[in-house]
Design a protein around this ligand. Structure first.
Ligand SMILES: NC(=O)C1=CN([C@@H]2O[C@H](COP(=O)(O)OP(=O)(O)OC[C@H]3O[C@@H](n4cnc5c(N)ncnc54)[C@H](O)[C@@H]3O)[C@@H](O)[C@H]2O)C=CC1
Ligand SMILES: NCC(=O)COP(=O)(O)O
Length: 323
């Protein structure tokens, strides 16, 4: 299979450490990947600069293949520098171009420090939105986080909670759920996906006595989805839809805002969780965690989520015929 492209992410974060950990875990059996990063940085494993993605497979068993892209400022663990922002973004752009050109099976992204990129002028709040722009398919990019026990999808993503709720419409829920159902069917092999749509208010509004959004926004969206033949149910009371008894009753939980669904999945399985962007022309996954500046450079970073992200990217690439 073609190698996966792994981006550097925030150079002051744990990206280089978890890339090294993932290489150690995967070097014998794959999936093979190459890192787009500065090959002269200190890595805790053998590194070999490669000239092209096509060289990665031969190198992978012996060293971490790095497509060398020099950083203007030497990274200091825990202290992001806007001088490296352009290189961080360029690595994402290059990985996507390589995937679009069929030279990489897919893209795995290391975490970025969003505020640092924003301070340097990056106009997108996260990878998801940027990837929608450079690898979109005419539908909005959709963020899914998946672990063995749970898949979750937020309808609104990187925005202030008050604004997210104020602009929520039935159409947004329907579109997100449709994209999710299609991806579960076509890429995850679930013939008839079951979607649980979260309510917004306590007890899903308690018949309108605790807010009317569940009646006026969520319920019509569920009705539209059901009329289309999608197995959607809701509004589900958000406080009980993630229990061990409830989780097996659906294939993905659609939440109305970021933390409504990211808190349960990260609490359940931070190490095994993977972030997948649906609705792109390429495969993209990422660990579920962030840059972990507080432990960068200490050797304490756990590569488990990155390893899971690399494995899932390879499976999705095979399902889409990109491998
Ligand atoms: N895909 C991406 O690019 C993502 C980027 N971020 C960004 O990361 C930055 C920091 O976000 P935080 O909310 O602090 O979350 P975080 O996930 O970076 O850290 C939260 C806590 O978990 C620990 N942690 C995270 N990953 C770990 C690992 N692999 N091994 C051991 N411990 C780990 C950290 O040390 C910290 O104590 C923000 O700028 C955020 O936007 C956050 C999530 C995803
Ligand atoms: N909390 C998830 C997250 O922020 C990931 O965002 P993205 O950079 O993958 O869009």
């Amino acid at each position: 299979m073609r190698p996966l492209a792994l981006t550097m992410g925030e150079p002051a974060g744990i990206g280089a450490e978890i890339a090294a950990g993932a290489w150690t875990a995967l070097r014998a059996a794959g999936p093979a990947f190459f890192l787009i990063d500065d090959a002269t940085r200190p890595f805790a494993v053998p590194v070999r600069a490669i000239a092209a993605p096509e060289d990665a497979a031969a190198v992978f068993p012996d060293a971490l293949p790095v497509l060398h892209r020099p950083l203007p400022a030497p990274p200091v663990p825990g202290r992001p520098d806007t001088a490296n922002a352009a290189a961080t973004i360029a690595a994402i752009t290059e990985a996507v171009e390589l995937a679009k050109a069929g030279r990489a099976a897919g893209v795995v992204t290391n975490p970025i420090q969003k505020a640092t990129l924003t301070a340097a002028g990056f106009k997108h709040p996260g990878h998801t939105e940027y990837l929608g722009e450079i690898a979109g398919t005419g539908i909005p990019p959709v963020m899914m986080l998946a672990c063995p026990e749970l898949r979750v999808v937020p309808v609104t993503v990187h925005e202030a909670l008050a604004r997210a709720i104020a602009r929520l419409t039935p159409a947004m829920i329907v579109e997100t759920a449709r994209i999710t159902a299609r991806a579960l069917r076509d890429e995850f092999g679930i013939a008839a996906p079951r979607l649980a749509i979260a309510g917004l208010n306590p007890h899903a509004g308690e018949a309108g006595t605790m807010g009317r959004e569940d009646i006026e926004i969520v319920a019509p969206a569920v009705a539209t989805l059901r009329a289309e033949g999608i197995d959607a149910r809701g509004p589900m009371p958000p406080d009980t839809m993630f229990t061990a008894l409830a989780r097996p009753t659906y294939d993905a939980a659609i939440g109305l805002y970021h933390d409504q669904v990211l808190i349960p999945i990260k609490t359940l399985d931070m190490a095994g969780g993977v972030n997948v962007t649906l609705g792109l022309s390429i495969v993209r996954t990422s660990p579920d965690h962030g840059t972990a500046l507080d432990i960068a450079g200490t050797g304490r970073a756990d590569p488990a989520s990155l390893i899971a992200a690399i494995r899932l990217a390879a499976e999705l690439a095979r399902a889409r015929g990109f491998a």
